[in-house]
Each structure stands twice: as structure tokens, then as C-alpha cells.
Design a protein around this ligand. Structure first.
Ligand code: NAD
Ligand code: LMR
Length: 342
């Protein structure tokens, strides 16, 4: 998964078992996982520990097991030095000096719940984490996995605004799992390697706000029947619920989310590292539509989001999906903003 980042970095020699370690001429990054002991946090930390661009990996959680998760990961022979931080009093040290703070802290859905039902519990968690990011590492990029993403990104943004350090290019909602799922399903339909599928998923991260732009899929989706295209769209929109139901009360997507989160983290780090043309979708502050936050393909660079690529041409069906998504997105955004400014 990290093959493009691996090439120029000295750690490759270590991973291949070579005797000498040549120091990388590139920047070394500190990544924090907040919510690191959870269903997403642990496998996400496992994947980030393998990223050769990361030299410090700080794991933060409330759970008593957190220092143990850090010790466990620290025995992996990859370059990142791992530290464990448990409880709010240890949070500032975890965040200090961070380049990227990935946040899967908070409660997941159970069957019958919507992502919005998580708002009351998760809003204060994200607000408090954003406050410490503002105080300790105001230039860090925040990548928010916690649901409901559509409202959590506005919450973090409002906190950073109040603290006087808001940079819209550094606050991201993680929608990568929608892209990963769309590519997986299209790969299956087309009978091709899903890794070869490129598909933008725009809008937000809940129900009707998830808009897979199937007309822009590369390769083209091998479906001509409009009914089948609509069924595939629905499946992508409801894929999170598919997992919640299948786990039958045991939580929501964790492993596929960790994979998707590590992919987004890698894109951010490659951008910070000066690589050009690193493109991923994420949910950010936006003036493309009436919704003031919106997900679509972005170029990542040294300051976070370097360029917003927009969402290109939509067919009539996709335009209709967009029309349905905007009022929901606007509502979710206002809910988040009001929570901080009440
Ligand atoms: P989980 O319950 O397994 O783990 C959450 C972790 O957060 C726990 O270890 C808990 O101790 C920790 N935590 C709680 N409050 C905290 C705080 N104040 N500071 C630090 N850590 C805290 O849940 P999970 O399955 O890992 O899911 C986490 C979140 O991610 C949920 O809100 C879920 O809905 C969301 N999610 C988002 C996506 C996406 O695509 N963006 C995908 C899957 C899940
Ligand atoms: C997902 O899409 O899997 C996550 O948002 C978790 C959920 O509640 O569906």
C-alpha cells in the first residue's frame, strides 16, 4: 500500500534486512492517532507504523490498554518510534509536534442507529481534541474519522477559528472508505483488480450525502441498465449500514476503515513531503456548492490541501443526487457549527 512512498526513503534498506541504515534525506513526520485503542484505532496504528514517512507515532486514548498497544507496536522493526498516552492529562504531550492527527475517537453505531444519533456523544470528544490541537500543534493537519463526519469537521473548524489558528486546508473529514468501497464493488462488477479502479465519491459521509460519481469511473462501470446503476449507488451509500447489520451489535466498519484511513494518511504525508499530484477525496471547507463543506478530489501538498479539483461533469442522475444531498449537508454543518458557538 505504501509502495510509492517507499521508493525514495532510506527505511527500505532496513525493511529488506540490509545491515546499514541510510538516513532519509526527507522530512520525518509525527502522526498521532486519537482513539488509538479502539476498533479502528488499533489496526490504523498498525498500518501507520509501517509507513516509512513516519518517524514518531503517538497513540492516544482513554482506555487503560493504550500504553500496552504502544509497547506491542513498538516491537515491530519499522522506523516509527511509538509512544502511548492515556487520559486527558497525557494528551498535550501526544499532540505536541504533530504533523498529522488522525481521529477515530468516539462511539460507533449499533443496528437501527443513524450516524447523526452519535452526535451527542462524539461532538464534545472532537471539540476537546481540536482544542488541544489548537494549543499544542496549531499547524497540524486533522483528519477526522469520527461520525457524523459531516458535522464533526465543522466542529473542529469552529474550535480552531476561535483559537485563531484555523486553516481550511488542514482540516479534513475522512471519506476514503466510500472511495475504497466504490472501487471494491466496481472491481467485482467489471471483473478487474479493484486497485486499478479510480472513482470519485463526492458530497459527505452519510446516506444521501454520499455521491459516487459512477459516470467518471476509470475503467467505465460495466453497467448499462439505469436500475443497476441506481442499485450500485444505493449499495455504496448504505455500505456502512451493511457492515453495522452484519456485525449485529458489535460495532461498525473497523478494518476496512483502518485501511482507508491509512491510505488517506499516506496521501497527506506524501503531500507534506513535497510529492506532487497526490490526489484523494476528502471532506473540507468548500465554496463549490451551497454546502459550506463538501468532499471531492483534492491535491495534497506541503500545506495540506494544495488544490481543490472540483467534481467535474455529472450526468442527470448524479445531478439529482447532488440536489438531494445539499439540504442534508447544510443541516449537518449548521448542527456542528451551532454546537461550538452556542
Ligand atoms: P470503538 O468504540 O471501537 O473505538 C473508539 C475508541 O475511542 C475507544 O478506544 C475509546 O476509548 C476511544 N475514545 C472515546 N472517547 C475518547 C476521547 N475523549 N479521547 C480519546 N479516545 C476516546 O469505535 P470504532 O469502531 O473505532 O469507531 C470510532 C468512530 O469512527 C465512530 O464514531 C464511528 O462511527 C467512526 N467511523 C467512521 C468511518 C468513516 O468512514 N469516517 C468509518 C467507520 C467508523
Ligand atoms: C461507515 O461508513 O462504515 C462508517 O461511517 C460507520 C457507520 O456507522 O456506518
Amino acid at each position: 500500500m505504501f509502495s510509492r512512498a517507499l521508493k525514495p526513503v532510506g527505511t527500505l534498506a532496513v525493511q529488506n534486512g540490509a545491515k546499514s541504515f541510510s538516513t532519509s534525506p526527507q522530512r520525518n513526520f509525527k502522526v498521532v492517532v486519537a482513539g488509538a485503542a479502539g476498533g479502528i484505532g488499533q489496526p490504523l496504528a498498525l498500518l501507520i507504523k509501517q509507513n516509512p514517512l513516519v518517524t514518531q507515532l503517538a497513540l492516544y486514548d482513554l482506555a487503560p490498554v493504550t500504553p500496552g498497544v504502544a509497547v506491542d507496536l513498538s516491537h515491530m522493526n519499522t522506523v516509527a518510534k511509538v509512544t502511548g498516552h492515556k487520559g486527558p492529562e497525557e494528551l498535550p504531550a501526544a499532540i505536541k509536534g504533530a504533523d498529522l492527527v488522525v481521529i477515530p475517537a468516539g462511539v460507533p453505531r449499533k443496528p437501527g442507529m443513524t450516524r447523526d444519533d452519535l452526535f451527542n456523544t462524539n461532538a464534545s470528544i472532537v471539540r476537546d481534541l481540536a482544542q488541544v490541537v489548537a494549543e499544542q500543534s496549531p499547524k497540524a493537519i486533522m483528519a477526522i474519522i469520527t461520525n457524523p463526519v459531516n458535522s464533526m469537521v465543522p466542529i473542529a473548524s469552529e474550535v480552531l477559528k476561535k483559537a485563531g489558528c484555523y486553516d481550511p486546508n488542514r482540516v479534513l473529514g475522512v471519506t476514503t472508505l466510500d472511495v475504497v468501497r466504490a472501487a471494491a464493488f466496481i472491481g467485482e462488477i467489471n471483473g478487474v483488480d479493484p486497485q486499478s479502479v479510480q472513482i470519485p465519491v463526492i458530497g459527505g459521509h452519510s446516506g444521501v450525502t454520499i455521491i459516487p460519481v459512477l459516470s467518471q469511473s476509470k475503467p467505465a462501470v460495466k453497467l448499462t441498465d439505469q436500475g443497476k446503476i441506481e442499485a450500485l449507488t444505493k449499495r455504496i451509500q448504505e455500505a456502512g449500514t451493511e457492515v453495522v447489520k452484519a456485525k449485529a451489535g458489535g460495532g461498525s466498519a473497523t478494518l476496512s476503515m483502518a485501511y482507508a484511513g491509512a491510505r488517506l494518511a499516506n496521501a497527506v504525508l506524501r503531500g507534506l513531503n513535497g510529492e506532487s499530484n497526490v490526489v484523494e477525496c476528502a471532506y473540507i471547507k468548500s465554496d463549490l456548492t451551497e454546502a459550506s463543506y463538501f468532499a471531492n478530489p483534492l491535491v495534497f501538498g506541503k500545506g495540506g490541501v494544495a488544490k481543490n479539483l472540483g467534481y467535474g461533469a455529472l450526468n442527470a442522475y448524479e445531478q439529482q443526487l447532488l440536489k438531494e444531498a445539499i439540504p442534508e449537508l447544510k443541516k449537518n454543518i449548521v448542527t456542528g457549527e451551532k454546537f461550538v458557538n452556542k
